[in-house]
Design a protein around this ligand. Sequence first.
Ligand code: NAP
Length: 586
Amino acid sequence: MTALEGARERRVHTGGIDLCVLELGDPSAPTVVLVHGYPDSKEVWSEVATRLAGRFHVVLYDVRGHGRSTAPKPLRGGFTLAKLTDDFLAVVDAVSPDRPVHLVGHDWGSVQSWEFVTVGRTEGRVASFTSMSGPSLDHFGHWIDARVKRPTPRRVGQLLGQGAKSWYVYLLHTPVVPELAWRGPLGRSWPGILRRAEGLPTDDYPTASLRSDAAHGAWLYRDNVRPRLRRPREDAYAHAPVQLITPLGDAFLSERLYDDLEHWVPRLTLRTLPDKHWIPRTRPDQVSAWIEEFVLAVESGQDAQPPRADRHAQRFGGQLVLVTGAGSGIGRATAFAFAEAGARVVAVDRDGEAAARTAELARLTGAADAWAETADVSDEQAMEKLAEKVHGAYGVVDVLVNNAGIGLSGSFFTTTPEDWRRVLDVNLWGVIHGCRLFGARMAERGQGGHIVNVASAAAYQPSRALPAYSTSKAAVLMLSECLRAELADRRIGVSAVCPGFVNTNITSTARFTGVDEQEQRRRRQRSARLYGMRNYPPEKVASAILDAVERNRAVVPVTPEARGMRALSRLVPGMSRRLAKVEPKV
Ligand code: NAP
């Protein structure tokens, strides 16, 4: 059974065309209209539509000439933006005659939706627009114009970059060849290409109409692209709030295309996703969550807040982030940084009160939501329980930060087997449990994600004073590298973050081996003083963690000394070994 079976079907007649329209959900709820792209049919939305149907009246239709809608005769001139706007108005008049609709478009569905949200005759019929991977041809025309008339090296680079990505648009303008290719070899191999190049699950998609959809849809380009790019409209201003979701790895569209968008859209919300072009298929959870959040905000009149132009907010808004060791230091600062970016945060610590305080402050800092959970990361059963609870109550995490860790200092021969067990249990096994339990669900979901493991500069800089701690962190670093290789083709990134000396509470809780209690206290106080004098704030590590996720970086040394030690260990390992022999004065 395909995801859309059970949807209600109706036919809408307009301008000699018979459009196939499907409806899901309660017709009295706000209406969300999903418009598909090229070479697709409405089924590209099946995953998103079923997720939205619990809350909204969801409407999908096959664009003229696609799927089970009829094609204009002749094809030439039958796909102009004016005619597509007629179709859209006919559909919304039929499905939501009394209330404006929330429009969502992908690819050419987005290109035509930009027309719907910027022309006068649709004013009052569109409540909001969510755009994915399809710019307004008018905005694109002005974007090109600005770069041709006022070239700078950067602008020329942008023009050439987008020009290269548009190779298929030139091909689609050639007569007959695209039709022959789609009806022949390209049509046959397209599902395989989507699977390999885009990582798309292709079970109920593309549909059997692919070849004729693609052949007819070539006229979308031929009827519109050249005329509009040559003479873009001067008044293409959006008359409804717009949410732009940009996949950062889109092979067909450059992010820079949207640089001037604030000029055209007075109420703009920006989102980014580290994925390729077909995000309605590869990221249906995130795409549906953002559509839902945006539609509900517009419905309740809240979208008038200034747009969140912050890069981290665009990337992490609404995402589910779990941080261990979030009751103090780097973990707490990381929870706050994600909260500030509008994420939903789960703060985990063995100290329940400290975790609760972090969650409370995270809510005040701007988190979409925040919860506290108590768990000892070294306890396998406690971690299993935690994973079960988080998955059941909050969902699959998008970003996991395995941060909880303890310090241990002392020579090899004063480090007891119990010391070894304790430090490896928390610093290494804690990370293993986290990756295993939360990473497995991330991989199973098949919609990407990111794991950050907080290691240390001690992972690559040996020291006679830190054999157990350094070993635990070196293991975390290697685990992260191995896992990164394994999870890459599931679009899950793994980063090892390696800070140097950071001013946190770790110095007051770290254990020093081979000394009595009094000496232990003295050493803790002294190292706390030294770290205090160094005074590198955990907030800077938190910011590096968000950057590491955003840029999918493999190994991230944080603090100048951590970067220096990394350089030393790679370029002059002999020097790094000599440094390891220095006895620290504590
Ligand atoms: P911190 O201020 O002591 O914070 C660590 C937090 O983790 C504390 O709330 C701690 O709770 C919690 N925790 C410890 N063991 C746990 C367990 N088994 N289960 C759950 N929570 C646990 O230390 P931090 O400096 O932020 O350290 C965070 C991470 O950064 C650690 O992995 C550390 O090794 C690493 N790191 C720190 C530095 C540095 O200079 N600070 C440098 C490099 C790497 P308690 O307070 O109850 O112990």
